[in-house]
Design a protein around this ligand. Structure first.
Ligand code: ADP
Length: 391
């Protein structure tokens, strides 16, 4: 039987899945994650599709993404020795201005995507290194790249540009938008399960370690809170979110910070971690009474509410607000904070439904339908790989 592996590399993690490719929709067999790559507490976990643990261990041999990938592939080979890998689907953060969908990777197209590394220096190189390693390990398999930017490629120009001289737009300084695989999943899920909502004016809030919001009409993206990089928009676990460019100039000129130091500050030491001075983890923040923790949550929810108002204006109204991502799917408290006193926008939260984590968490009288939809980026990657395998 043919199988598909999905790989989803973050800056210090590597998520993976194994799917059977025999049906019209890929069927999950197992999934897992390597976390804290490069540290002494690097950890590999593998679970079957029912969540039963198949492997769980700390290893200091997971020194980089290459070693993590080797460990994953060895583990999969031990657990599923008869799996025939026909395709490997890769999450690739940046597809540039032209890739509006997944592509089959060749050595040439991979080299072209390498040219986009300066646009996403923390993620693009590890994504492409993973693809290159998988090409070597499975030379017969199709390697499929699925871009986080692709879902947003039909943004109207006003949502695609900065107010810079147009030559900068021409060299790629644009608003790309990210988290596209998650938004594609949610859009497809709404189309299957809530057709009327899918056809309307929808804002999806993907709230996890990375956080962004997407405005959709008829299931297609018309605006994203993320822009040129995956740093813009909402504050995140460790990323700053929207920032006055004057701050960067000040850090350079007055604080003598180098580009690397500023990058480290804005990507790794800001957001919930920077504001709280404690942690980037929302569960820990919610459980804490420390003023820093309160500040971090206040700023997080304030910026989400502000972005929601702006997106409703872009959409000309709002029919639904959908929560997804680790925080969006699980945090009753954050959803409540976001939805409180939003009656002016037609939002009425059903507190019991919210506490029960139901799919629909708005009252019957709410003009805006509030929903919780667990995202599934791995399935989007596996579907793309299955489709391109068959071409
Ligand atoms: P990533 O962007 O790395 O995929 P996730 O989508 O898994 O991240 O989201 C991780 C975040 O979700 C963490 O801040 C975590 O604390 C938060 N989270 C997970 N479960 C809960 C919960 N029950 N309540 C509040 N926050 C939660």
């Amino acid at each position: 039987m043919d199988h598909i592996i999905t790989l989803n590399a973050g800056s210090s993690s590597l998520k993976f899945g194994l799917f059977a490719a025999s049906q019209s929709d890929p069927a999950l067999i197992c999934s897992g994650i390597v976390e804290n790559i490069g540290s002494s507490s690097a950890h590999i976990r593998l679970r079957d599709r029912d969540g039963k643990s198949l492997a769980d261990g700390v290893s200091d041999a997971l020194r980089d993404h290459g070693a993590a990938l080797d460990s994953i592939l060895n583990l999969l080979q031990i657990e599923f020795p008869h799996a025939r890998i026909a395709a490997v689907g890769h999450r690739v953060v940046h597809g540039g201005p032209n890739n509006g969908g997944p592509v089959v990777l060749t050595p040439d197209s991979l080299e072209k995507l390498r040219q986009l590394e300066p646009f996403a220096p923390l993620h693009q190189p590890v994504n492409l290194d993973g693809a290159q390693a998988a090409m070597k390990r499975f030379p017969e398999a199709k390697q499929v790249a699925c871009f986080d930017t692709a879902f947003h490629r039909n943004h109207p120009w006003v949502n695609d540009t900065f107010a810079l001289p147009s030559e900068f737009y021409d060299i790629g300084v644009r608003r790309y938008g990210f988290h596209g695989l998650s938004y594609e999943y949610v859009s497809g899920h709404l189309k299957e399960t809530a057709t009327l909502i899918h056809g309307g004016r929808v804002v999806v809030a993907h709230l996890g370690n990375g956080a962004s919001m997407c405005a959709m009409i008829d299931g297609r993206s018309v605006g994203s809170s993320m822009g040129f990089s995956a740093m813009d928009g909402l504050p995140m676990g460790t990323r700053c979110g929207q920032l006055d460019p004057g701050v960067v100039l000040y850090l350079m000129d007055q604080c003598s910070m180098s580009a690397d130091e500023i990058s480290d500050l804005l990507y790794r030491r800001s957001g919930l971690l920077g504001l709280s001075g404690m942690t980037s983890d929302m569960r820990t923040l919610e459980a804490s009474d420390a003023p820093g923790a309160r500040n971090a949550i206040n700023y997080f929810t304030f910026r989400i509410r502000r972005e929601l108002g702006a997106m409703a204006a872009v959409l000309g109204g709002l029919d639904a607000l959908v929560f997804t991502g680790g925080i969006g799917e699980n945090s009753t408290y954050i959803r409540e904070r976001i939805c409180t006193d939003m009656g002016w926008l037609g939002i009425e939260l059903d507190h019991d439904a919210n506490a029960d984590n139901r799919t629909v968490i708005s009252t019957d009288l709410s003009r805006v339908t509030l929903m919780v939809v667990p995202t599934n980026e791995e399935l989007v990657i596996a579907r793309a790989a299955l489709q391109l395998m068959q071409v």
